[in-house]
Design a protein around this ligand. Structure first.
Ligand SMILES: [Zn+2]
Ligand SMILES: [Zn+2]
Length: 144
């Protein structure tokens, strides 16, 4: 199926070293955020918050937002924007596209090379384009 490689899994880097690499202090909550995202692949803020609360009952939503912002600034968390749905977050991985189910909102990574699309967009727009993000929307096998 799809196997998009998490960048921090190259080698034998554990989550502590991963945070070190990005010059972020290792805190239990940050480690747990990484755990949750590694397991789920993608998660919106509410789901992250609810999962964190299981381990850290006193965690606040604003702490979750703060950590997400910091991790985004450091460049190892990225946001996936989905039309009409809550944005989800994921750990930085090799380039990939997304497919989202419009019924259950499940988001998966798909290995689709968007570089041809980027080339076409450059030709069509005359813009100096260097980034693209592709999100396919439809119905997943479970909801079919
Ligand atoms: Zn579905
Ligand atoms: Zn993804």
């Amino acid at each position: 199926m799809y196997n998009v490689i998490y960048k921090h899994y190259e080698g034998t880097m554990d989550n502590n070293k991963f945070l070190q690499k990005y010059k972020l202090k290792s805190t239990p909550q940050r480690l747990e955020i990484i755990n949750i995202l590694t397991q789920k692949g993608h998660s919106n803020v509410e789901t992250l918050y609810n999962n964190l609360k299981l381990k850290f009952p006193s965690v606040s939503l604003s702490t979750v937002y703060k950590n997400i912002n910091t991790m985004q600034e450091k460049g190892f968390l990225s946001e996936v924007k989905i039309n009409g749905k809550k944005n989800v977050y994921e750990l930085i991985k090799n380039k990939h596209s997304h497919a989202v189910c419009m019924k259950c909102h499940k988001v998966i990574d798909i290995k689709v090379d968007a570089s041809e699309l980027l080339y076409q967009a450059k030709q069509a727009s005359n813009y100096k384009l260097n980034e693209s993000s592709v999100v396919f929307q439809g119905i997943c096998p479970n909801c079919k």
